[in-house]
Design a binder for this molecule. Structure first.
Ligand SMILES: *[C@@H]1O[C@H](CO)[C@@H](O)[C@H](O)[C@H]1NC(C)=O
Ligand SMILES: *[C@@H]1O[C@H](CO)[C@@H](O)[C@H](O)[C@H]1NC(C)=O
Ligand SMILES: *[C@@H]1O[C@H](CO)[C@@H](O)[C@H](O)[C@H]1NC(C)=O
Ligand SMILES: *[C@@H]1O[C@H](CO)[C@@H](O)[C@H](O)[C@H]1NC(C)=O
Ligand SMILES: *[C@@H]1O[C@H](CO)[C@@H](O)[C@H](O)[C@H]1NC(C)=O
Ligand SMILES: *[C@@H]1O[C@H](CO)[C@@H](O)[C@H](O)[C@H]1NC(C)=O
Length: 884
């Protein structure tokens, strides 16, 4: 048999082989869909310079009204209204406060009402908007009897009160939205507990509301936002101007297999609507609603709870974009998504087919439509048919409207999927701002508040989002409940229960080098050759270096050498040493070289751990002496950060064998293994070995006994350590007031997982390694500041001049914990006590195994997240150099 080979065969085979290899090689490193975006930098509350805070004598700051013209920020809180200087909200002017407490009588009545919580018996300001040139209009819950009032802006005082029923909800936290346009007030809420949710025009007369029979237009709706869009084209009277309402409501299709009991919706009404004549009298004739979809189809992940909406104002109304924050229905899963919707897509849905309720099921309506399309605003076409207002609409149109409030088409987000998906975070609010960057492109900047007092600042890059930084706006963990951007003040204002904070839209001075400035990809920041500066205040934009698209170009010719630090470290053979290399960016990956060669691969794994804090050399051997350099690699650019000369010293002769103990053994040799947990054990462990040292080295039996003691002590110490580590993960006591010695780089602490306390002085460090797309994280567990697990620093073997901090008093040992974590994961507990600089510690390892689901939430992740936020707070800025 003859096999002929086509001349092109080898080429094809080569190509195939190439493909195959690349597939095989590429497989473990293959692209994982970028599901979870990590903020590049973390700014803690204390690092939040240039921010201004305001908090009066009350709480629950939630209603914000910004008037850039007069540079005033009006704030509504519990029983109080404030007029703040938008330039600096910390500055208090005279006459800028209105006390609006519900009367004692009203509060008493409220308390007597059954079913009303005590917390509701205050006046929570829920609504505040401009009424006319001289007055504001505000509404409050007023201890369960809503009231509204006009405020004279000039004097900042009330002029007239009104009944607030059906304009303002009775409850402080009930979903509510409202706005005043052209002297007309629109509001949407489930005003009272028993009433149905309703979208209203409250004034002027005639008031309009939603229909309840035979079809309920709204089902337990929870409103989050509303906006007026002046959509009219070529109409002097604004025929087509509409108000949009955003909410979550009960899923009408309660199928047994349906996991979603609620759905996100957008509804709209025409501004010119005045209701029907007989049918739909005092009801909207233009009400329509449609579903907003926000899902990741690959993972069958459907976000259905709408939390916030921001309408991005653009020059042409038709290009309007709605930015929304979504969450999942199950509260246990802390996960958020940002979806954006184009007004055009919303309009398409409203121009599409209707749904109809047939046999208590919603189906697409396929029958004949009335000649005049139902649900439209009255415009010239209507007037040509002598229909001058909604009252003139024929009955068949109104009857149809009454029964068909829901559209069949669902509204997909721009790009068909969320713009941003974030695990472990509950976003609560969003505000968006358009910025023209140095490259001339316009970028959307997203400011997103979280439920724990943080704000993420991000930039939209095509179909994805880069989170520039996360800022801790409030020291206390609490939801950001409102955010507003001032273009004029270049500030963003965020409110929460305890106060209001004003932060500049950008703070470029935080970026210290050209690359730092460029990596940040902040459209508001550029490098001028010397500093990272605010683009808008720089006279010559074109001279600035900025790279929003790629985030890595423009700094090639700028040497960063000035930032590199050089240090020397010495370590005894067999001990571990940590070479610190701090990385400010959460997106940077550390890379290390030894004598110019990169440390990587499996061979290295057993002796090195590369982490976000530095390089850990495990059991140093003399061949590991040399010149180590740390680089951070971000966006493909290597940047040198620091370098170390490491000298691995031979074991001092007196330690070279145990059977020949010298009399004057360095104290630290014992203390390294002596880990104590409780006062009793501490004294035992700390002193016994030292004090019972044989006075005569010749005594053979004593020597033997000593060795046994040491081993026992070590074993016991290790055991205690293990138990304590378990304990630490499970329980966490208040931080001890004792702030003993300053901790050097080699003393670590453990962060308990069950409770996150950002301000606490405890920390855990990770040393992680990336391999085949999987992340193994190794925890170094060690001392908290004098609490559970104390490592006696002793007289440091390798740095004898270092003063040991006094061993702090220890609390009684907490009760025995179980090894189960809240999320059911357990960690491999360590068996080996390791030594570093005269201290002992252990390495804990946990590997992420199943990371396929975007909802996969691991212990490791939670820890990594905590670390991200804490990273820069605890480390000694000037770690002391050790020498023999
Ligand atoms: C008001 O503030 C208090 C204290 O911060 C908080 O406990 C409460 O939940 C807040 N109420 C509302 C409605 O935000
Ligand atoms: C704002 O005002 C406060 C109080 O007067 C002042 O301490 C602070 O420095 C001001 N902030 C700025 C950014 O000017
Ligand atoms: C604004 O409204 C208030 C309250 O109704 C009224 O007293 C005042 O005259 C109005 N101002 C103007 C300029 O229309
Ligand atoms: C609508 O207005 C026109 C002109 O103003 C008038 O002639 C016509 O009768 C009105 N139609 C109705 C139904 O009121
Ligand atoms: C960097 O310097 C080289 C040579 O001096 C020059 O060709 C190049 O244009 C410079 N690059 C930048 C971004 O300035
Ligand atoms: C320990 O050291 C002593 C003297 O320093 C020596 O005589 C002895 O042989 C050593 N033992 C071992 C096991 O190396």
């Amino acid at each position: 048999m003859v096999v002929t080979m086509h001349p092109e065969c080898p080429a094809i085979m080569l190509a195939l082989l190439g493909c195959l290899t690349s597939v095989l090689l590429g497989f473990p490193f293959g692209p994982v869909p970028e599901l979870d975006v990590v903020p590049r930098t973390t700014v803690l509350f204390n690092g939040l310079w240039e921010s201004n805070h305001f908090s009066g004598s009350t709480v629950n700051y939630s209603t914000l009204l910004l008037e850039d013209g007069t540079a005033t920020l009006y704030v509504g809180a519990r029983e109080a209204l404030y007029a703040l200087d938008a330039a600096n909200i910390s500055v208090i002017h005279n006459n800028s406060y209105i006390d609006w407490a519900a009367s004692a009588e009203q509060k008493k009545q409220c308390l007597n009402k059954g079913g009303v919580g005590q917390t509701e018996c205050y006046n929570y300001i829920r609504f505040l908007d401009r009424y006319n040139e001289t007055h504001l209009y505000t509404c409050g819950t007023h201890a369960f009897r809503p009231r509204c009032a006009y405020i004279d802006v000039e004097r900042f005082s009330f002029v007239r009160f009104e009944e607030g029923k059906e304009r303002c909800p009775y409850y402080s936290a009930k979903g509510f939205t409202g706005l005043i346009v052209d002297g007309e007030m629109y509001s949407a809420s489930q005003y009272e507990f028993r009433s149905s949710p309703d979208i209203r025009r409250n004034f002027p007369f005639p008031n309009l509301k939603t229909e309840e029979t035979p079809t309920r237009w709204l089902q337990e709706a929870d409103f989050v936002g509303s906006a007026l869009l002046r959509e009219s084209i070529n109409s002097s009277i604004g025929d087509d101007d509409k108000i949009y309402f955003f909410f979550t409501e009960r899923n009408p299709e309660q199928k047994s297999y349906s996991r979603q009991t609620r759905l996100a919706r957008v509804a709209r009404v025409c501004k010119g609507d005045i209701g029907g004549q007989r049918t739909l009298q005092r009801k909207w004739t233009s009400f329509l609603k449609a579903r907003l979809v926000c899902s990741i189809p690959e993972y069958e992940l459907q976000f259905n709870i709408l939390r916030s909406v921001h309408v991005l104002e653009v020059p042409s109304v038709q290009d309007t974009i709605f930015f929304t924050v979504f969450g999942l229905e199950w509260n246990s899963a802390k996960t958020s998504a940002i979806c954006q919707y184009a007004l055009k897509d919303v309009q398409t849905a409203f121009d599409g087919p209707y749904m109809e309720l047939q046999d208590s099921k919603w189906r697409e309506y396929t029958g004949k439509l009335p000649d005049l399309r139902p649900g439209l605003c009255i415009n010239d076409q209507h007037r040509a048919q002598l229909i001058n207002s909604s009252r003139d609409l024929p009955d068949n149109v109104l009857t149809f409207v009454r029964r068909h409030p829901l559209m069949a088409r669902e509204i997909q987000p721009v790009g068909g999927r969320p713009l941003l998906f974030k695990k472990n975070v509950n976003y609560t609010r969003i505000a968006v701002h358009k910025v023209t960057a140095v490259d001339g492109n316009v970028y959307n900047m997203l400011f997103i508040g979280t439920d724990d007092g943080w704000m993420h600042k991000a930039v939209e890059l095509g179909d994805r989002v880069h989170i520039i930084e996360e800022l801790q706006l409030f020291r206390e963990s609490q939801p950001i409940n409102n955010m507003i951007i001032s273009q004029k003040q270049k500030s963003i204002y965020a409110s929460a229960d305890t106060g209001v904070v004003q932060v500049p839209l950008s703070f470029c001075g935080r970026y210290v080098s050209c690359y730092d400035c460029v990596f940040a990809r902040d459209p508001l920041c550029g490098w001028d050759g010397r500093l990272c500066v605010e683009v808008y205040s720089y006279p010559n934009r074109s001279r600035l270096t900025q790279d929003i698209q790629m985030g890595n170009r423009g700094c090639e010719n700028i040497t960063a050498d000035g930032l590199v630090s050089h240090r020397t470290r010495s370590v005894i053979v067999g001990h571990d040493v940590l070479l610190l290399c701090e990385i400010h960016s959460n997106l940077a990956v550390p890379h290390w070289t030894l004598n110019g060669e990169q440390l990587q691969g499996y061979a290295v794994k057993s002796v090195y751990r590369i982490g976000t804090d530095g390089l850990l050399i495990i059991g140093a051997q003399s061949r590991q002496s040399g010149h180590y350099s740390c680089y951070t690699v971000e966006n493909g650019v290597w940047i040198p950060v620091c370098s170390y000369v490491v000298k691995v010293q031979p074991v001092p002769s007196f330690l070279s064998n145990l059977s020949s103990y010298p009399t004057a053994l360095p104290e630290s040799f014992f203390t390294t293994t002596a880990l104590f947990i409780s006062p009793t054990s501490s004294s035992d462990l700390n002193e016994q070995p030292l004090h019972s040292l044989p006075s005569s080295p010749d005594s053979h039996t004593n020597q033997h006994m000593e060795a046994v003691y040491i081993i026992l002590v070590a074993v016991f110490g290790g055991l205690c350590l293990v138990l304590t580590v378990i304990l630490l993960y499970v329980s966490f006591c208040a931080h001890s007031a004792h702030d003993g010695g300053k901790y050097s780089q080699d003393e670590f602490s453990v962060t308990p997982v069950t409770e996150r306390k950002r301000s606490s002085h405890v920390e855990l460090k990770t040393i992680s390694s990336h391999c085949n797309g999987r992340t193994d994280i190794h925890y170094i567990a060690a001392s908290t500041e004098g609490q559970f697990l104390q490592i006696i620093p002793g007289i440091d073997q390798v740095s004898p001049d270092k003063q040991p901090p006094p061993a702090p008093p220890l609390p009684n040992p907490p009760p025995m914990p179980s090894t189960e974590y809240a999320n059911g994961l357990s960690t491999t507990l360590p068996s080996v006590l390791r030594k570093m600089n005269g201290n002992s510690y252990m390495l804990l390892t946990q590997a992420d195994s199943d990371m396929t689901s975007p909802l996969y939430h691991s212990f490791t992740e939670e820890l990594s997240r905590i670390l991200e936020k804490r990273k820069h707070t605890q480390l000694d800025v000037e770690p002391d150099e050790s020498s023999v």
